[in-house]
Design a protein around this ligand. Structure first.
Ligand code: GRF
Length: 220
């Protein structure tokens, strides 16, 4: 039984998707704890309502990033996780923290990495005239929003999209993508080799390819 700890900062809808899939699909896993760096994170109440241990480790209470990360690591390690998930966790983590969980920490980012690391991904995709957008689940490395890509989901960018419309379309896909990737980790179905992640059972690591692209023959 794998133990999973989830870090959030806000509404926690991805955390919720993982919690629900873990129960509905009877994973050999348990969500051991959910931590937030913000006391007002909406997701905390949901986690508590599911009987999951929750706590706030407020970054304002620590003088440095290192001190915050040390306190967070103590809280996380008390639950002996096999897997640590970042789910809308809005703090940059120190290299020391990241290395401690190397190979067992995943993040979901709302863009098709390596495009649009950082914030405001949907606005930037629209402004760049992108015709597709999406989300990426990746192993976390010290380099922000980089790290071996486990899976991606794509959605179209429609002509009249604003940031909110595109964000909603991507988020719906995130709620399928993150549970799928986490389940693969739980089932030991992922292998990282040379910075690339392979799904050992050959499952597609790409979700939601628009019909126009699926199986498209090369044009001559
Ligand atoms: C998601 O878009 C996720 O990709 C990004 O932050 C957002 C968190 O949303 N890292 P939620 O808290 O999971 O609802």
């Amino acid at each position: 039984m794998k133990r999973i700890v989830i870090l959030i900062s806000g509404r926690g809808s991805n955390m919720r998707a993982v919690v629900e899939a873990c129960a509905a699909e009877a994973w050999d896993a348990r969500i051991a704890a959910v931590f937030s760096n913000r006391a007002d994170a909406g997701g905390l109440a949901y986690a508590a309502s599911r009987g999951i241990a929750t706590a706030v480790v407020d970054h304002h209470d620590y003088a440095s990033r290192e001190a915050f990360d040390a306190a967070l690591a103590d809280a996380v390690d008390a639950h002996a996780p096999d897997l640590l998930l970042l789910a809308g966790f809005m703090r940059i983590l120190t290299a020391g923290f990241v290395q401690r969980y190397e190979g067992r920490m995943l993040n979901i980012h709302p863009s098709l990495l390596p495009a649009f690391t950082g914030l405001h991904t949907h606005r930037r995709a629209i402004e760049a005239g992108c015709k597709v957008a999406g989300a990426t689940v990746h192993f976390v490395t010290p380099d922000l929003d980089h790290g071996p890509i486990v899976a991606q989901a794509v959605v179209p960018v429609l002509p009249d999209d604003d940031e909110a419309a595109l964000a909603a379309r991507v988020l719906a896909r995130e709620h399928e993508l993150y549970p799928l990737a986490v389940r693969w980790f739980v089932e030991d179905a992922l292998r990282v080799d040379g910075g690339l992640v392979r799904q050992l059972r050959g499952a597609s690591q790409l979700l939601g390819v628009p019909g126009a692209l699926r199986g498209a023959a090369p044009q001559h």
